[in-house]
Design a protein around this ligand. Structure first.
Ligand code: FAD
Length: 467
């Protein structure tokens, strides 16, 4: 059986009250105080209107929420931050995990255990106190859970260490039957494989344990050049990065910065091409290595420096407050000169694009290697991820989508066969088979059938249970 959102009636107050009596956290119906705060998401163009929201304090609260959803034949959507929500969840039980925010570091074992609601900013603040670093993403406001379950491309250490999902040691999850399971490579090998890359399709994750690395500083930051030098900078970067060691992680972004007070003065309202640098070797080597990039053109701003790992968010310098946007990405299987020319045509100074950002991350290295315990991450062997971001209100939705489509359609001749689930837009939820590739998808679907046969966890880039 599959759930049908639209045909489900609202949750009755008496049913919500019965659920509330069994949980320590909050149970909120539309109209209740706190409901609007709990349904808020990072992307202001996306509105969640859940039938009921449960804000758990504990694993048993999560079990109660899942059992309630099963009893009412409702889907469940887990919200950490709402960076990548699929659907409005109008008939669903939304589990908002932010109160499950414990962080326990085992410095001797170089690992950390975090609750489901923990953000990267919170992990970075704690791990850097003991000279360790995790495979966090570019933006500290992103949640550890969604990011890691989707793979987790770290723009600081990923090229030498691989995906964040490759370094997960264990997960505590509540499956659709309401069972709490401690999932490791030994205890539940199939589920362990699927959760790491298959994202929120299999269970509600209540805690994750993963590796930390002895990195306390980086040579990193951004080189911001005038956008009219896009062609020179892009060609120089493309020729340069393959010769660098795996400890150098880099990306390039063509940006049309909005004229908002939130944007720092030298960049506000500017058209720029930015090269991001995160080098975990010595400062002297890093400086030497990026000399050819610094020589391409005079920079508008150069923030590349020796920095404490605690400052990593300044490398990409992304917005941290909720805002209205649309973003979508593809993987490139190659980036030859014709592709470079095309990208310059699509987003360079002579283009008419209104994208706020077109970002190309150089991958390879450990991102291509299968981890010791393989997982469902689908994008190994694809050397670039390309992301288009447009910003503006929902009233401009069509234009926002079209701007991103122009970029990604233009680069289609070089697109890789699989996709990176963390860079998918909400409206691409139907494409999971193409995202993962047929063999991987078949295995995911078979595991889904075992653990979530009724497809309770389907408000996502959905893997359907095998038939
Ligand atoms: C500004 C910005 C920067 C980013 N930078 C990077 C980056 O550097 N590298 C990268 O790889 N990605 C990056 N991302 C993408 C990011 O990884 C995804 O948006 C991810 O889904 C965010 O996870 P979340 O938990 O914060 O979001 P949410 O929107 O709360 O969750 C997204 C989905 O993840 C699943 N999920 C979340 N928590 C749980 C849980 N506890 N149990 C089960 N399923 C769960 C659910 O399906 C949920 O719908 C970035 C996104 C933004 C907006």
């Amino acid at each position: 059986m599959t759930f049908n959102d639209s045909s489900l009636p609202p949750v009755l107050p008496e049913d919500a009250a019965r659920l509330a009596a069994t949980v320590a956290g909050s149970v909120l119906l539309p109209g209740d105080a706190g409901y609007d705060d709990e349904r808020a998401v990072f992307n202001l163009n996306h509105e969640l209107t859940p039938a009921v929201i449960v804000v758990p304090e504990s694993v048993t609260d999560v079990q109660a929420a899942v059992s309630f959803a099963a009893g009412q034949h409702r889907p469940v959507l887990v919200k950490t931050t709402g960076h990548q929500i699929v659907g409005s969840a109008s008939s669903a039980v939304v589990i908002a995990t932010h109160r499950m925010n414990d962080i326990t570091i085992d410095a001797a074992c170089r690992s950390v255990r975090v609750g489901a609601g923990v953000l990267w900013s919170e992990v970075i603040a704690k791990t850097t106190e003991v000279g360790l670093a995790a495979l966090n993403g570019s933006n500290p406001t992103v949640g550890v859970s969604g990011y890691t379950l989707g793979g987790g491309l770290s723009p600081t250490l990923g090229r030498s260490q691989g995906y964040a999902a490759d370094h997960v040691r264990s997960l505590d999850v509540v499956t659709a039957d309401g069972e709490l399971r401690h999932v490791t490579a030994e205890s539940e090998p199939d589920l362990f494989w699927a959760l790491r890359g298959g994202k929120g399709n299999f269970a509600v994750v209540t805690a994750l344990e993963f590796d930390l690395f002895p990195v306390s500083r980086l040579y990193g930051g951004g080189l911001y050049f005038p956008g009219d030098r896009t062609a020179d900078v892009l060609r120089a970067w493309t020729a340069w990065h393959p010769s660098t060691p795996e400890t150098m992680v880099t990306s390039i972004a063509v940006m049309r910065m909005p004229s908002m007070p939130e944007v720092a003065e030298p960049l506000r309202g500017k058209f720029l091409v930015s090269v991001r640098i995160a080098y975990s070797g010595t400062t002297a080597d890093g400086e030497r290595m990026i000399e050819p990039l610094r020589a391409v053109a005079p920079a508008v701003l150069d923030t590349v420096r020796d920095m404490s790992y605690a400052e990593v968010a300044s490398i990409h310098n992304e917005p941290t407050d909720a805002l209205p946007y649309y973003e979508r990405g593809i993987m490139l299987r190659e980036f030859p000169p014709q592709a470079q020319d095309k990208l310059i045509e699509l987003v360079g100074p002579d283009s008419e694009t209104d994208l706020v950002m077109a970002e190309l991350r150089a991958l390879g290295g450990a991102w291509d290697r299968e981890p010791k315990v393989p997982n469902a991450v689908a994008t190994r062997g694809l050397p670039y991820s390309l992301l288009g971001v447009s910003a503006g209100p929902l009233s401009e939705e069509e234009q926002l989508k079209m701007s991103v489509a122009n970029l990604l359609d233009g680069m289609k001749p070089w697109q890789g066969a699989r996709r990176y689930v963390n860079n998918l837009a909400p409206d691409e939820a139907a494409d999971a088979a193409a995202i993962y590739g047929p063999e991987r998808y078949e295995r995911l679907a078979s595991i889904k059938k075992t653990y979530d046969p009724a497809n309770m966890f389907r408000l996502n880039h959905n893997v359907m249970p095998a038939t």
